[in-house]
Design a protein around this ligand. Structure first.
Ligand SMILES: [Zn+2]
Ligand SMILES: [Zn+2]
Length: 261
């Protein structure tokens, strides 16, 4: 058997092993899921998650990465896609959000919607590394935050899922930017699971008192809030108000994707 055939056999075995591990992961407790999903990611390493092409340093190949719906023109205040970039859109001029600046890597459409779901619900943790590195890239090195705060999930959901995807993103960004992460300081005290089905006003009402800052006062600090998707902005708004009340001077927001609405 020549080298190429041996490689193909080994590759087939790795693919089968990844499939078996993924099936096992689905039946385990959340903590074990997390450990095993990392093993699955290791086995799948060097394969693009979209085209399955092999031999890539990242989990997406250069071509698939370039084809993603990158958000290149947006309102700097709310990250809403615009035909030409602007400091603020008309909505932000009428009612400015409590944060200063919002940045999104992508518009929330295919295949980003699938990739975010894979990270969030299916333990594809290699995607946290891909997105986290690119979120770090978009931070102005001359205006680094004092602290990075991931949007927390409720304890009940954390126990079910085994991880908070925004904390994974925040940790990767923190390592790159050499900034601390507030891991436990912001707490989601109410599980607002039905948020998706609510209108913007209902979302805001649903989030009143949902977050509490338990950390030390944020005296005049510049806080960077990290979330996966920005839709109505109700969650980021509630958290920004909570952080400002805790003493923060400025809150900025970064997300993987911005919905088009
Ligand atoms: Zn690819
Ligand atoms: Zn705007």
């Amino acid at each position: 058997m020549n080298l190429d055939s041996q490689f193909r056999v080994a590759q087939g075995m790795c693919r089968q092993l990844a499939g078996v591990l993924a099936a096992i992961v689905a039946r385990l407790s959340s903590h074990r899921q997390l450990i095993l999903s990392r093993m699955v990611d290791v086995v799948r390493a060097n394969r693009c998650v979209l085209c399955h092409g092999r031999g890539h340093h990242d989990c997406l190949c250069v071509a698939c990465s370039a084809d993603l719906p990158w958000l290149t023109s947006a309102c700097q205040r709310c990250a809403r896609p615009l035909s030409t970039p602007a400091e603020q859109c008309s909505d932000c001029a009428d009612a400015p959000p409590p944060w200063q600046r919002a940045q999104a890597l992508f518009t929330f459409r295919f295949p980003i919607d699938r990739l975010v779901a894979a990270l969030k619900y299916h333990s594809r943790l290699v995607l946290a590394d891909y997105f986290g590195q690119r979120l770090a890239d978009c931070i102005d090195p001359d205006a680094l935050p004092d602290v990075i705060v991931p949007v927390p999930i409720h304890g009940k959901r954390l126990r079910q899922r085994g991880y908070n995807q925004t904390l994974l993103l925040a940790r990767i960004m923190a390592k790159r930017l050499q900034r601390p992460v507030a891991v436990h300081d912001l707490v989601r005290v109410r599980d607002t699971r039905m948020q998706k089905s609510l209108h913007a006003d209902e979302r805001r009402a649903n989030l009143v008192g949902a977050f509490i800052w338990h950390g030390p006062p944020l005296h005049h600090q510049h806080v960077l809030l990290v979330d996966d998707v920005l839709t109505s902005g109700a969650t980021a708004e509630a958290i920004s108000q909570c952080l400002l009340a805790a003493g923060a001077q400025r809150v900025d927001l970064v997300v993987i994707a911005r919905t088009l609405a």
